[in-house]
Write a protein that binds this ligand. Sequence first.
Ligand SMILES: Cc1cc2nc3c(=O)[nH]c(=O)nc-3n(C[C@H](O)[C@H](O)[C@H](O)COP(=O)(O)OP(=O)(O)OC[C@H]3O[C@@H](n4cnc5c(N)ncnc54)[C@H](O)[C@@H]3O)c2cc1C
Length: 131
Amino acid sequence: MKFKYYKPQSIDEISELKSKYNAKLLSGGTDLMVKMRAKVCTPEVVIDTKGLEKRDIKFDENKVIISMNTTYSELLNNDEFVKKYPMVVEIIRKIGSPQIRNRATPIGNIANASPAGDFLLATYLFRVMQR
Ligand SMILES: Cc1cc2nc3c(=O)[nH]c(=O)nc-3n(C[C@H](O)[C@H](O)[C@H](O)COP(=O)(O)OP(=O)(O)OC[C@H]3O[C@@H](n4cnc5c(N)ncnc54)[C@H](O)[C@@H]3O)c2cc1C
């Protein structure tokens, strides 16, 4: 498994790398690294997004905005999130193990688009709860 690793500090840098190379974004790496090891996915460049966005969870009236590098553990440790979204919290608690939840992110789950992805169900629940 041979690849170049970058950790850019801006969206512009990410866009430039994405346009230049056969590149994959990396958040927690818990899906991507498994696929790369199995040679299902063989990017020449891996772009770590963690240099970019502050982990953040913001609440609007009936909306939650989860910034892209926020982990499952950070969601579980946020009192307001736990109070407002108990069903989603139940789903997150069942994902992987504490070690996985400390690294893995909802955005990685969504972008991986596995039919077995647990957070995809959670995104459906967010929509139902906003009605
Ligand atoms: C032991 C183990 C147990 C697991 N258990 C579960 C489970 O119970 N339920 C479950 O649903 N999943 C499980 N997973 C899968 C995985 O942990 C989750 O899908 C997790 O949410 C992936 O997040 P990540 O940040 O690690 O994604 P990554 O591996 O970093 O990325 C996954 C995909 O998303 C893309 N991506 C990453 N960041 C971005 C971005 N900012 N913008 C656009 N695309 C991006 C990557 O290029 C890649 O294609 C498990 C994995 C392991 C290794």
